[in-house]
Each structure stands twice: as C-alpha cells, then as structure tokens.
Write a protein that binds this ligand. Sequence first.
Ligand SMILES: O=C(O)c1ccccc1NCC(=O)[C@H](O)[C@H](O)COP(=O)(O)O
Length: 218
Amino acid sequence: MTLDIKICGLSTPEAIRTAIDAGASHVGFIFFAKSPRNVTPARARELKIEVSGAVKTVAVVVDASDEFLDEIVAELAPDIIQLHGKETPERVRQVKARYQRPVMKAFSISEASDFDQIGPFRGVADRFLFDAKPPKGSELPGGNGVSFDWRLLAALDRDIDYMLSGGLNAANIGDALRLSNPPGIDISSGVESAPGIKDTALIEEFFKAVRTAQALAA
Ligand SMILES: O=C(O)c1ccccc1NCC(=O)[C@H](O)[C@H](O)COP(=O)(O)O
C-alpha cells in the first residue's frame, strides 16, 4: 500500500518544491487568520504554480463560511477540502455538494472514545484526519506539534481511510508507522524551524526517516 504524505501549512515556493521533490503526495494550505501558516486565497493561487504532477492540493479551513470557501475554491481550486473545525455531518454534505470535491474531516483525539465522533461522518466525509487534541489555551485547532497515543488507531475498522497527524517529526515517524500502519500521514510544525517557517532540511530529513522506516518494515 502506498503511504500518502501530506506536508501542511506551506507558504513559500521553496518549501513546496522541497516537499514535492522529496515525495509529498499532498500539500496543504492553511486558511485561518490566527495561524502563523495562514495564507490568503490569492497567495495560495500563486503558490499553486509550484505544484506539479499528481500532487494534490488541500485547502484547510476552520468552520469556514460559504463566502470564504467560494473565494478559496475560485482562487486555489483545491483537490481536497480539509474541514478542521466543529463542522457537522450536514455541513460536510453541503461542502461536498457545493464544491464537488472530496472532503477530509479532521478530529481531535486523546482517548479511544474520541473515535466515537466519526460514526455520523462515515459515508459522508471521504477521508478522516486524526490529530491530537490542542493543548489548553491554544488558539489553533491544528498545527500544535502534539501527538496522541498512536496505539489507539489499532482498534479502528480497517476500511476507515485516514491520515495520521499531530506532532509527527523525523525522530518519531518510525514508531508512528510501526504502531499504526496508517494509510496516510500529515505533518506541519515538525518540519519547521519556528512557527510557520518551513525548513527545507527538516522536510528532507522527515522523508528520509519515512523511507528508512518503510525499508525496515518491508
Ligand atoms: O497548522 C495550522 O496552523 C492549523 C491551523 C488551523 C487549523 C488546522 C491547522 N493545521 C492542520 C493540519 O493539517 C496540521 O498539519 C496538523 O494539525 C498537524 O500539525 P502538527 O502537529 O504541527 O504536525
């Protein structure tokens, strides 16, 4: 099975090129004003020029209005919309219908019972993204660099398609893959030198660690 790898919160052409050259399958753009990774729809359109081949663009939004999503879709034309707020199954349905694109719904996980939330979204969202619960006081629902217990994923139905997210980095991705064997992984702050600043050496190091872990598992 091919492992999908999403590098999220990209905001420079250099970081996008590095991520794609290293083997990213997905690149994510954050549309959330409070985030250090925030980009405007117009900036995302410029950055998309760097995205080549089969690499998919992901628009990450938090409880976004139709007006804002209209602008993002008009500018970026993302392949996937990632809903990272408190969107309901009905809202996921609306977004899919209005924009005719797959939706990845994010959930915060800290214990096994947190997976109960996904029930009403099964067959509605195209994919899930399982992220860690934000630390107390964080203004960001994602991009916090914290992990949850990856062993919890072992209890999930095998037909659930998801990306593992939250606090991944070159040092821990080997353990994460070994313990959860996910269909996809997602990383943001683990390849940054400071909040919102992607580091090309850390991106390359992350992919190297992924490839090493895959070779060991083969
Ligand atoms: O990254 C952000 O700033 C962000 C802000 C608001 C909503 C979602 C956000 N990130 C979504 C992602 O998909 C991140 O890659 C994910 O939370 C993992 O981040 P990290 O723990 O830093 O690897």
